[in-house]
Design a protein around this ligand. Sequence first.
Ligand SMILES: *Cc1c(COP(=O)(O)O)cnc(C)c1O
Length: 950
Amino acid sequence: MNRPSLHDLERGVPFVDRHVGPRPAELDRMLAVIGADSLDAVAATAVPDSIQDREPVASTLPPAATEAEALAELRALAARNTVTVPMIGLGYSGTITPPVILRNVLENPAWYTAYTPYQPEISQGRLEALLAFQTAVADLTGLPVAGASLLDEATAAAEAMTLLRRAGRAKSPRFVVDADTLPQTLEVLHTRAAPLGIELVVTDLSGGLPEGELFGLLLSYPGASGEVRDPSALIAEAHERGALVAVAADLLALTLLTPPGELGADAVLGTTQRFGVPLGFGGPHAAYLSVAQKYARQLPGRLVGLSRDADGNPALRLALQTREQHIRREKATSNICTAQVLLAVVAACYAAYHGPDGLRRIAERTHRMAAVLAAGLREGGVEVVHGAFFDTVQVRVPGRAEAIADAAHDRGIALRRIDADTLGISTSELTTVAHLEAVWAAFGVPADAAALDAATDDALPADLLRTSEYLTHPTFHEHRSETAMMRWLRRLADADLALDRTMIPLGSCTMKLNAAAEMEPITWPAFADLHPFAPAADATGSLQMIEDLERWLAELTGYAAVSVQPNAGSQGEFAGLLAIAAYHRSRGESHRDVCLIPASAHGTNAASAVMAGLRVVVVATAPTGDVDLDDLHAKIAEHGPSLAALMITYPSTHGVFETQVREVCDAVHAAGGQVYVDGANLNALVGLARPGAFGGDVSHLNLHKTFCIPHGGGGPGVGPVAVAEHLVPFLPGRGEVGAVSAAPHGSPGVLPIPWMFLRMMGTDGLRRATLTALVAANYVAARLREHYPVLYTGAGGLVAHECILDLRGITKDTGVTVDDVAKRLADYGIHAPTMSFPVAGTLMVEPTESEDLAEIDRFVDAMIGIKAEIDRVAAGEWPVEDNPLRNAPHTAACLVDKWDHPYPRDLAAYPLGGTPGVHDRKVWPPVRRIDGAHGDRNLVCSCPPVEAFA
Ligand SMILES: *Cc1c(COP(=O)(O)O)cnc(C)c1O
């Protein structure tokens, strides 16, 4: 009888059938359009022999598990973690994610599947949330310009350090840092300073600044020890000596303390983790950086600004340096690309939900708990080191620190073990009187909280108490009931086009399915509530998950080892290049400092190379789009003994499998250089070929592209660095090379996502996904080729996982630009592809394996519809300046206004008439096309006064 076995029935639908969009019959239709018989035939034609694995690859990745099985396995790992009450401090605090925010943002695909808001007309919702983030940071820190998040506090400190150096006039290479700075911040500062020739002077500043010149100063407020000192005198002294000053500050403390901006700081930085973002064993969390107005243009990362749309209405967009690495490359202010947008949104919502009075109350609770805790300890004869503190009490207990910390741990509380004689105890929004009593008990101190409370003053310096207002904007007052918050979040999400409404065919960014089974575990308390510096014995489940993931990724890429520490692709690049530089140094070849980078490379490559202390030399692109081999050989000959590395992206940023990649790698190796393969395009390779096997010495991967971590509207990201055997000692944070992130494992809070993905796909599923992605890209190319030229192709006329549609000829002939096409797609309810990268005037399309044929066809049909509209412009039927493309996107409001355009309103709103999938999925952009230049000229990057909207 032809029926499935009991075993098959029991297993149900394999996850790969959920992850991969096209059904078998659809795939056959797609294959027919591209003229191939099977997935394997596509692989055989498109993927060069020279890079394909010749033998099956040994793998410890187990066969695919079902969703239920994988969740059960991961749950068992989670159960091995021990979550304690986090009183370790060190920049990571207990916090409560308000359930309305947990559910409606963190667990809501409308928020987590959004892309970076490069198309602002369909991103007004997250831009509004990010503007609230910037406003909260600016208000609390007392400096007017804050960006829309950095990766973590330690890297934010490093960004502040380089900002002060760029912005200041001092020529000195010295950067003075208060010894009372978080240890992980100090480590990252060391890693980042060395290659740039910055001399770090870490010193006790209680007696004033050290002798000698300096360009900048970093203070902590409060310090890592918890002590609150008035930074004004040091700031003034630094300014007198021509240096600029950054202050690392705790945002919650700033609701009670005078903000550093009012005390003269030039920049303020820190984390917003304690604004409702789960600990997650270290991340992801949004860091912040705010600066004085005159340094606005120096700010790294993304900045949301107010501008106006074509009808003169206020509208938000990314301001200034939006894609500055792509434009400025090795001259960029920083390599930051993906940031921590989703977590910044959570923090902004937390600020809006609690409002200024709510935040102040949380701060008061936190502070009072610490003050009463300290009083009880003092009364019990324990030496409390500092008199002024916000939430952290440092105590000296000669010889007893371990025993006391163990006793606290037995009571379910984790303290900071500083040394044999010293402990740190930090309070938070989570701290209760019962926790205080448990801590007192661990110290063997009897204490009565109520009596102590009555008898104990605050421990904040009286002359540092905050007097200025903050969060006065209505945003921080109008969403204080849960109903109001829920509706605000829904309204914002509805303004945006995320993956839950349309495919986002972004070349180079791989916007694929972020499956619910992958997402579910990230908010399990056993993962979410783990402190990054919890004792290893409390984190065995998470550590096992990380080890599995690192091993699986190493196998899939053909490398010896992987570190998940880097918090984005950019940080993986930096770590990988540091490994290369350290390797050369270890062989007495520190003179090797030239990094060859093809002209078409992602902008972060050049920016990262500069951060790693390398000199960027550009290699030309041949007319085929491949690396120009003659130019490569010439550059190698020219720089031979100085050659440190070549960074290439594979498949190329042009979306093509270059056949000569082995030859390129060999040439670099022969000259003593190392090969860095940018693995952000791994979606075309997983299961087919491994960069570590075809010539790479190091790669970074983007888990937020190929491995399903959602884009979050511009982060979180995870950019693991993968290295060959000889570079293993040079992985970040393992001795030879310092840490590149604050937390030892970067952002473990989102690592369940790729773990689940790999566990549910298995090697066969991964290979099927990759091949399906290749078919989808080639299908798009095949269907659109007669309407738009496809710029580059490889063997057999095939592209890899993405294709570039060349609009330059169309623009030249008709005046219709890529911008016009991208904005018109919004009228069709579809998110635009990548615009003008890697080639200006083109669109790069990456459908991924997750989109089914109907959705891909919806996109293709829209593009064909747009081409027909372009043809009408070309034919002179509509003027170049007044047609549905140039006027796109159209809001409902503009249609009901007076109408004097040469095309009808229904065509503006419903471009393909009654076409199903377009007509019935109509999306109304909330604003018309936004005037970018206006916003840059009139920079407004915090919530505008309400009158602006009148
Ligand atoms: C996305 C991308 C990067 C940068 O990754 P981030 O996580 O945004 O820092 C680098 N190289 C390529 C080719 C990319 O597509």
